[in-house]
Design a protein around this ligand. Structure first.
Ligand code: ADP
Length: 328
């Protein structure tokens, strides 16, 4: 049986947070455990260069994401784990794909506009090119499934368009990939506004946070009097209830909702219970991380084996594409 392929990646711009974990990593794990799929997971170091970063710490930042991957249970025996820049075929394929995509299309992407708003001094060609490189990341493996959060949907749509155009113009056989959706496809910020993100202080909980840190971060989440006619649908309280559902289940969320319109919620208790539930899930992840932190040689071995396997697949796709486009 030919297995369906999966590709996903995370940028090396800090330690992984619950948004990455619930939106992307949980899907990566689910597909890794499904025997119908062959999974390729990278650290997207080239995409990291599209927003301000520190070249002195980049290599270490990449290793931190690799450690997080191994800690959550991505298993080199089951998944190919690699660093994006170690498979240069992605960049070459991206250039070939760029011949099918109009500039106007890229300039109008909401993801481009939002990132530019966050980093107005960094209007670079690389940032504009992000979706093309992402299409190459995915299509180099002819991946059909891409576990990512909902914010990446416009990029997956561009990938599908590129696949269609390449197939109709050059007779290639690229699949049209779909996003693999998880329950946490949109994890809100603790601040009560927008999504959880590394770049917004106070918005996130990291996978490496201990119980005290989790409690401290939750303490900063805005609340209200705990009572009212209707349960809030957005803002700090609504977000806390989403976290309760994600980590403690729907039943407990419903109990809090009942309390809100009745006797009232005591947020100190809610936050205490939620902090413990989050930490329970993170504890085994943190223990596994420690074991890999102590064995950097093993980590390097995993990465070089992963890059070799990924290169073999990507090289084949690149060769086919060059042939189809008349270059060889
Ligand atoms: P960040 O937005 O923190 O810089 P990345 O852009 O590197 O993180 O995203 C890595 C993966 O994590 C992507 O698949 C993205 O969709 C997912 N992700 C990031 N933040 C969230 C969130 N708040 N909710 C759900 N998924 C998220």
């Amino acid at each position: 049986m030919n297995k369906k392929r999966v590709l996903s990646g995370i940028r090396a711009s800090g330690r992984l947070h619950l948004g990455n974990y619930l939106g992307a990593v949980k899907g990566m794990l689910a597909l890794q455990e499904n025997p119908e799929y062959e999974t390729f997971y990278m650290v997207a170091d080239l995409h990291t260069l599209t927003t301000p970063y520190d070249p002195k710490t980049l290599k270490n930042d990449v290793r931190e994401v690799v450690l997080d991957y191994l800690a959550v249970g991505l298993d080199p025996e089951k998944s190919t784990l690699f660093i994006q820049s170690q498979v240069p075929e992605h960049v070459e394929l991206a250039y070939l794909f760029s011949t099918t995509t109009s500039l106007a299309k890229l300039l109008h992407l909401p993801t481009y506009k939002e990132t530019l708003k966050l980093h107005p001094q960094h209007s670079t060609v690389a940032l504009l090119y992000y979706p093309i490189l992402m299409a190459a990341d995915i299509l180099a493996y002819k991946a059909q499934s891409v576990p990512t959060g909902i914010d990446q949907e416009p990029h997956i749509e561009i990938t599908r368009e590129i696949a269609r155009k390449m197939n109709s113009q050059h007779g290639t056989d690229f699949p049209e990939p779909q996003r693999f959706v998880t329950e946490g496809e949109y994890v809100p910020a603790l601040t009560g506004e927008g999504k959880m993100s590394k770049s917004i202080e106070g918005s996130y909980i990291n996978l490496t946070d201990d119980l005290e840190t989790i409690k401290r971060r939750l303490a900063g989440a805005p609340t209200d009097s705990g009572k009212g006619e209707n349960v809030p649908e957005k803002g700090g309280v609504a977000n806390l209830l989403i976290f309760v559902e994600l980590f403690q289940g729907r039943k407990i969320r419903q109990e809090y909702e009942k309390a809100y319109t009745g006797s009232g919620i005591r947020y100190s208790e809610l936050k205490e219970g939620l902090a413990k539930a989050i930490f329970e899930e993170l504890k085994p992840v943190q223990e596994r991380r420690k074991r890999f932190e102590q064995d950097p040689e093993l980590v390097e071995k995993i990465l070089s084996k992963g890059a070799e396997k990924a290169r073999n697949v990507a090289r084949e796709t690149l060769d086919e594409t060059k042939k189809a486009m008349g270059l060889v």
